[in-house]
Design a protein around this ligand. Structure first.
Ligand SMILES: Nc1nc2c(c(=O)[nH]1)N[C@H]1C(S)=C(S)[C@@H](COP(=O)(O)O)O[C@H]1N2
Ligand SMILES: [Mo]
Length: 514
């Protein structure tokens, strides 16, 4: 007869075996190609295959947690299937082990089908399958004969010395070993991902002094310069790519007269410009967090393109990252005189790995998905007719200047405030239209009142603003809007991020009371 504790033991068999396999695969991946870790390979495939509306929904509801939730979901599915494995294995050991092997095979296929992957990327998943199946067989070898389902004859050899305690010890050892091996994989990943020591040259064209913003005077406002560690991160990767500057190179090719390849040292030897630029993600909703201001150091894009000699046909600059992910930029916009650059430095230090080390594109005024390629390794001059990039294939716009926008940072939505003076403050950007000219605030839909602006660091950098409001008791709405240097006012028309950026006004509700 099967007791409850036997059922629990059975339910734990599959997950323990799967955990051991995943830990082994993760460790092997950490030592070779981190992104080939089975769960990451499946997760990345899900990211690339998810229809755009579903992805937008996930970004809107989970924000930057969307990746944690994705990895968690993949693990949850594995856990669910693996839980069934123990019960299946009780009737047919081959079938139980087969399910684990099948799961790993799915991961292996995902891993080799990643762009720029090779057959070796299947190895972590293969190891996962072998270890998981092996552990399952071992655990069942310890399984007391009396507990096999009635229609399955116990194996003569193991029936004699097996005991319930043996299985439990086996399970415990498996779980501990999986935790240890998995921990080792994590440790290895973080060791390999340590920042590399590179010395950046001084800029030929420095950005000049950066005045103090309103950070201290307006509590709760977005820092005028985003601390590098707090800069938003948006990309399709589940890992942090670890590239070495010595192995990096940039290929400039396509419709050019002189295609060439540049090493990192050659890049650093070119004249550098330094610019304060605000980066914005097309997926940012009005009032959302995917915008950040930094001081970038890099080589002018046009210096690179001039060296290659761009042909007459090209209308698109297709940039490719080290893993084959592509981003398209309208060539005319990238070369219209704006400070587009191949950046190597961010806020006075080399680019962090999360933000594209060793080199990335930064192009002011265009949303990141058509301009800001991280870990970039190739610039191909081509046409939209000949090549389509990652997000173009997912029906996002190809021409997407950053829409002018403003955001209320303080007070927070739904805040309970005291009667009297309330300082409303936030940031505004208008990279396309001559910079921020003014910001206006409306209380309860009333007249637009001009806010005070913080200092300016140029047209393509955001500006802080604040407005003193004499708050009366009751519930209120507070809205803001920006007016750019060309006289255009932020439109109240609401639009979702897809396909070319959100619009509308940021409006919050607050309660003022005694
Ligand atoms: N290689 C690569 N570069 C990329 C992306 C990506 O998915 N892969 N995402 C882009 C998007 S959508 C944005 S908004 C910016 C974000 O840059 P950040 O993560 O440094 O803030 O990077 C861009 N560069
Ligand atoms: Mo983005």
């Amino acid at each position: 007869m099967t007791t409850w504790s036997d059922r629990l033991t059975l339910a734990a068999m599959g997950p323990a075996a799967a955990a051991a396999g995943l830990a082994a695969g993760h460790l092997l991946a950490a030592a070779t190609t981190p992104s080939a870790s089975p769960v990451l390979a499946v997760g990345s495939t899900v990211i690339d295959r998810t229809p755009t509306p579903v992805k937008e929904w996930a970004v809107a509801h989970f924000g930057t947690n969307d990746k944690t939730i994705l990895v968690g979901s993949v693990l949850a599915v594995v856990l669910l299937v693996a839980t069934a494995v123990g019960f299946v294995a009780r009737r047919s050991l081959v079938l139980g082990a087969g399910i684990l092997v099948l799961l790993s095979a799915v991961a292996a296929v995902c891993a080799v089908l990643r762009p720029a992957a090779d057959a070796g990327d299947a190895l972590p998943s293969v190891l996962t399958g072998v270890v998981a199946a092996g552990v399952l067989l071992t655990l069942f070898a310890l399984w007391p004969a009396a507990l096999w389902s009635a229609d399955r004859a116990p194996d003569e050899g193991t029936a004699g010395n097996a005991s319930r305690r043996g299985v439990l010890v086996g399970l415990g050892v498996t779980v501990l070993a999986a935790a240890a091996v998995g921990g080792l994989g994590r440790r290895l990943t973080s060791l390999r991902g340590r920042p590399e020591n590179v010395t950046l040259p001084a800029p030929a064209e420095p950005a000049g002094a950066f005045p103090a913003g309103l950070d201290r005077t307006v509590p709760g406002i977005t820092p005028w310069r985003t601390p590098t560690g707090g800069f938003y991160r948006v990309d399709t990767r589940l890992d942090v790519p670890v590239l070495s500057s010595a192995d990096w190179s940039l290929r400039v090719d396509g419709d050019v007269r002189h295609p060439f390849t540049l090493t990192f040292d050659e890049l650093l030897a070119m004249p550098m410009i330094e610019r304060d630029i605000t980066l914005t993600c097309v997926s940012n909703s009005v009032g959302g967090p995917y915008a950040g201001g930094a001081r970038w150091l890099g080589v002018r894009l046009t210096d690179l393109l001039d060296r290659a000699g761009v042909g007459a046909k090209a209308d698109q600059m297709l940039s490719t990252d080290f893993a084959g992910m592509t981003i398209s930029t309208p060539l005319a916009l990238a070369t219209d005189g704006r400070d587009a650059m191949l950046a190597v430095g961010m806020n006075g230090a080399p680019l962090p790995r999360e933000h594209g080390f060793p080199a990335r594109l930064v192009i002011p005024g265009l949303y990141g998905f058509i301009s800001a390629t991280k870990w970039v390794s190739r610039l191909t001059l081509t046409t939209y007719a000949d090549h389509s990039a990652y997000w173009t294939d997912r029906h996002w716009a190809t021409d997407a200047p950053i829409k002018i926008s403003s955001r209320i940072d303080t007070p927070r939505p739904l805040a309970q405030l005291d009667v009297g003076e309330v300082v409303v403050g936030g940031v505004a950007w208008a990279q396309g239209g001559g910079g921020v000219d003014r910001v206006e605030v409306s209380i309860d839909g009333g007249a637009w009142q001009q806010a005070q602006l913080g200092p300016s660091a140029g047209e393509v950098y955001w500006r802080q603003w604040f407005h003193r409001w004499d708050a009366k008791p009751g519930s209120h709405t507070v809205s803001c809007r920006v007016v750019d240097g060309d006289g255009r006012t932020q439109a109240p028309v609401r639009a979702n991020p897809f396909p070319d950026g959100a619009s509308g006004l940021h409006t919050i509700n607050v309660t003022v009371g005694s």
